[in-house]
Design a protein around this ligand. Structure first.
Ligand code: V47
Length: 372
């Protein structure tokens, strides 16, 4: 392995290339290495073994039915209180009209994530999903982070399983991966003291998987967390995935510094830099050996870095979004949406094979086959 210049990486590389699982300590060695070409090569070997030269994207729409939220996460620039400037809170018909105004033929995924509204009953969410399914039958509904699901259950004074069953019946096909932040209690106490605990987040996903609802998982990085805490986060996900196999993709979310108290307290004015973004994606690809995909989320890392990330283990770049709000209200510099053509072009120009998927990762269009 003459291409490895960091001797500490050699035993890790041997394991990765043999398809063996790496430990937390070996993960830390990957984070700490300055041998970036070797890290890239290892992550690329893993992604190639899993997905060849395919890169997935989805024709999607983002929607948030409300930004009313009293949880007070310190990294958040999206939440508003009742009556506050910039607050919105749609009734079901208003939500359907909002979607109708942005719906594009061929769209397959509607991704919904919002605030923790203190009052809406479970029936509101059921009517919302049933209404969407009836009016837009071609949209697969990927809705509500685990934190929202636990909150809906709390307001309805019921359990998570009852909520998930009711939402599935109404049209839910998948849960997005938000609300995970960083699992370590030390970090949660600083950045999101009133949010659900890690154990609850994991239990919501475990329940979803048991009910046949696949999910994603995120990790918010670039604030107060240590590298060990990033690895602990991924380790807990890897363990749950061993148990259930219900995760589809892992999405690192680069902390955006505008309009939120955490960034002000830390004096942060910039998101994590490209080296941190790329190393983080590569370590995730190697460490999370049981996750089908690592997502390079262009809305936080920019389309330019998302394109480079395809060489660093990334096999999915999310989708068109159209009007993303959560990270843009926190200052994300990327556009709020990208066209399908722009995503195909981004993947092609990096030398990969664009594959359009639906929310559940069924392949809809393989651009390489068409070109042949
Ligand atoms: O949980 C909030 C994050 C998440 C900021 O499942 C921030 O495919 C950065 O869950 N800087 C919601 N991030 C977004 C989300 C997601 C995104 C892309 C794909 C998928 C998926 C899910 O946004 C929240 C929170 O961690 N967030 N504020 C911020 N200032």
């Amino acid at each position: 392995m003459r291409w490895i210049r960091d001797p500490a990486l050699v035993p890790v590389a041997e394991k990765v290339l043999a398809g063996e699982r790496i430990s937390l300590e070996e993960g830390l060695r990957l984070y700490q290495t300055r041998d970036l070409p070797a890290l890239l090569r290892l992550a690329h070997a893993v992604r190639t073994r899993k997905t060849g030269d395919k890169v997935y994207f989805v024709h999607s729409l983002r929607f948030s039915q409300t930004n009313i939220c009293y949880v007070g996460c310190k990294f958040c620039a999206f939440a508003r209180r009742f009556g506050e400037e910039g607050a919105w809170d749609y009734e079901v018909e208003e939500a359907l009209d909002w979607i109708a105004e942005r719906y594009q033929p061929g769209m397959t995924e509607l991704h919904i994530a919002s605030g923790h509204h203190p009052k809406r009953p479970l029936s509101y969410y059921v009517e919302l999903l049933a209404g969407i399914k009836e009016r837009f039958p071609s949209l697969q509904i990927k809705a509500f982070t685990a934190a929202e699901i636990a909150h809906i259950a709390k307001v309805a004074k019921t359990d998570v399983e009852t909520v998930l069953r009711a939402l599935k019946e109404a049209g839910l096909v998948m849960l997005p991966g938000g609300g995970a932040e960083i699992f370590a209690e030390r970090v949660r106490r600083i950045i999101a003291p009133a949010k659900i605990k890690a154990e609850v987040w994991l239990e919501v996903h475990r329940t979803a998987h048991r009910l046949g609802i696949p999910t994603n998982a995120t990790m918010l990085y670039g604030h107060v967390e240590t590298l060990e805490e990033r690895l602990d986060h991924m380790d807990r996900l890897r363990k749950l995935q061993d148990e259930t196999g219900g995760f589809m993709s892992f999405i690192p979310l680069a902390f955006q510094p505008d309009g939120n108290p955490l960034a002000r307290e830390l004096g942060k004015t910039e998101p994590p830099d490209a080296v941190d973004d790329l190393k983080n994606l590569a370590v995730a690809r190697i460490f999370l050996d049981n996750f089908p995909h690592i997502k390079g989320y262009w809305a936080t890392i920019t389309p330019e870095i998302a394109q480079v990330s395809l060489d660093w283990g990334v096999s999915d770049i999310d989708g068109t979004l159209v009007e993303e709000k959560i990270v843009h209200m926190a200052g994300a510099r990327a556009p709020e949406g990208l066209s399908k053509e722009a995503l195909v072009d981004l993947i092609r120009r990096a030398g990969y094979r664009p594959v359009e998927r639906d929310a559940l990762y069924h392949e809809l269009r393989d651009y390489a086959k068409e070109a042949a």
